[in-house]
Design a protein around this ligand. Structure first.
Ligand code: SIN
Length: 383
């Protein structure tokens, strides 16, 4: 939920401090547009790792005039320097460079934004001579799972990206943002976080981005992977891990260096009496792929079948996911549509965008969704 109370806000107190460019690595920081650096002046501690924080907005940067307001605050107000300044302990574990990538409600983050974010992070972490141990992205929780998933499938090295948010604004009596941010940086500098792709850290839990979803619109206990679980957690701001680093079985990765724009892919939400003409309308409006948030395990209505068949005949891939958000849509041999497996609708949309942007054929697109699960359970994927 969001509302706009801008007139009542004391923005001068909350805005970022004046830009202080790091002098440690000028080409790197200039490209990234670093506007906050704990390393300027005498604060750089060469015995500590370096973490890049990219702030995008959300409730973690949210503010209200009332400390009891957890619902009608304005998201995306506080700048990256103020976020770091609110947690002095951060500088005991890491040098911090900060980038104000955006400052908005996460519902306003676009696919193009996330593509650009991924390019910056890949440059910061994965280029040779990078001096960053990991990156932390502060983000609104509403679409956090989408950005985290994108970063996970487009990261080109083994350093960790940690995505963090908050369910209560910074002005709340028991704001969760500062603790979550300290936990996120703590995870980013933990050597055992390497090789796990993108991780979501909130509320003392560490989730793998590929599997983790937002499950509750209001409570602190919201992110999780109901079937696959967490990969670790934090006790007294110290990470522990349930498993050694491992790659999610079904994860596909995509190259992004040559991608400048992403094709439109729309999600159609199935329900009793839904209008399947929406599929045709979405394609007429420019969608190059369709995801259906199907009922149950991805069932389609009889009324939708001709529209789906027409889309596929036009060469538009149709991925069937489930609006249940948990569980899987199983691949079936001979189907025209593509089964999303364990990807929920919003993550299916992103994977389809990146498959299309990489010019995957229909068969290659199908394989990216179906092949691993199909080969495990013995039927379905055509590869
Ligand atoms: C947002 O997603 O930007 C607002 C809500 C939140 O961060 O929890």
């Amino acid at each position: 939920m969001r509302s706009f109370l801008a007139g009542a806000l004391c923005l001068s107190v909350l805005a970022s401090a004046a830009p202080t460019l790091s002098v440690r690595d000028v080409p790197q920081t200039e490209f990234l547009n670093v506007t906050y650096s704990s390393s300027s002046g005498s604060l750089h501690n060469s015995s500590l790792p370096n973490v890049l924080i990219l702030a995008t907005g959300g409730t973690i940067a949210g503010s209200s005039t009332s400390s009891e307001d957890d619902t009608h605050y304005q998201a995306g107000v506080i700048g990256v320097a103020a976020l770091v300044a609110a947690v002095p302990d951060l500088l005991n574990i890491s040098n911090i460079d900060g980038v104000q990538f955006a400052n908005k409600n996460s519902g306003d983050i676009t696919s193009a934004d996330v593509l650009q974010l991924s390019k910056l992070i890949n440059y910061a972490l994965c280029r040779s001579h990078s001096n960053y141990t990991g990156a932390v992205v502060t983000h609104g929780t509403d679409t956090l799972e989408e950005t985290a998933f994108t970063l996970d499938i487009t990261l080109s090295c083994s350093k960790p990206i940690v995505i963090v948010g908050a369910m209560r604004p910074a002005t709340a009596t028991s704001a969760d943002g500062p603790g979550n941010l300290l936990e996120a940086v703590t995870v980013a500098v933990d050597p055992r976080a390497k090789g796990r792709g993108a991780l979501i850290v909130l509320n003392d839990r560490i989730g793998q981005a590929w599997y983790t979803i937002k499950r509750n619109a209001n409570t602190l206990e919201t992110f999780g992977a109901p079937e696959q679980g967490f990969v670790g957690g934090l006790l007294s701001y110290t990470p522990f891990w349930y498993y050694p680093a491992t790659r999610p079985t079904f994860k596909q990765t995509f190259k992004i260096a040559a991608i400048n724009t992403l094709p439109a892919v729309e999600i159609i939400y199935a329900h009793e009496s839904y209008n399947p003409k929406l599929i045709k309308d979405a394609i007429s409006d420019g969608a190059q792929g369709i995801v259906i948030a199907g009922t149950g395990a991805g069932d389609e209505s009889l009324a939708a079948e001709p529209y789906i068949a027409a889309a596929v005949a036009q060469g538009v891939p149709v991925v069937i996911s489930t609006k249940i958000n948990v569980g899987c849509v199983v691949p079936s041999a001979g189907s025209d549509t593509i089964a999303a497996g364990f990807l929920n609708p919003v993550k299916s949309r992103i994977q389809l965008q990146y498959a299309l942007a990489n010019n995957y054929s229909m068969n290659a697109t199908r394989a990216s969704f179906e092949q691993v699960l199909g080969s495990m359970i013995g039927y379905g994927a055509s590869g």
